[in-house]
Design a protein around this ligand. Sequence first.
Ligand SMILES: C[S@@+](CC[C@H](N)C(=O)[O-])C[C@H]1O[C@@H](n2cnc3c(N)ncnc32)[C@H](O)[C@@H]1O
Length: 179
Amino acid sequence: MDLTATANKDYFEYRMQEMEPIIDFLKNKICLKGEKLISVGCGTAPEISMLDYDFSEKIGIDLNQKAIEFCKNQNKHAEFYCMHAIEYLEKEKADSVDCILGMDIDLNIFPDALIEQSFKVLKKNGSIILTERKDNLKIYGSYLLLPIIQRIEKENNCDILAFQFPNERDSLLVILQKK
Ligand SMILES: C[S@@+](CC[C@H](N)C(=O)[O-])C[C@H]1O[C@@H](n2cnc3c(N)ncnc32)[C@H](O)[C@@H]1O
């Protein structure tokens, strides 16, 4: 399987297998249900398919046109847009979104602004759920997400939960819940 070509069915299924234990954990750990779910940097978006029955409105955003074309063919129950994640979130109404997912989005290019914009559009008790890969821990000596989270904790008035998984790609799971 060629994992470098990521906008295809093989990669979708590979990521679905990797994500399955995390999505199951999330379903048991927090109330992962609601009206609107947005996945930013969604890639092939297996998480949206896995949460198909848990949210009535599902949206995937990615800058990669090929990934968005794949998603549109793969999943007819969700909407997909080729856009910058912040640009999309700026169009959403305040307090209107139940859950924002960022699975293995590249946190070295993931700006604080995206997290802040996410908090503006989230409903009370809504969640931002992020995963980060083990490689970042090896390369940078620390997960990149943790200092960002510590900085925004007070400003955004949220509860934070963090978990480690044995996965390569989604080894740190962070849940930020808006109070
Ligand atoms: C490592 S991939 C992860 C894809 C998918 N979430 C997964 O877990 O398989 C990171 C994705 O983020 C997308 N991306 C990076 N910066 C983005 C941005 N500013 N707005 C939207 N998508 C972005 C990339 O195009 C890429 O598909």
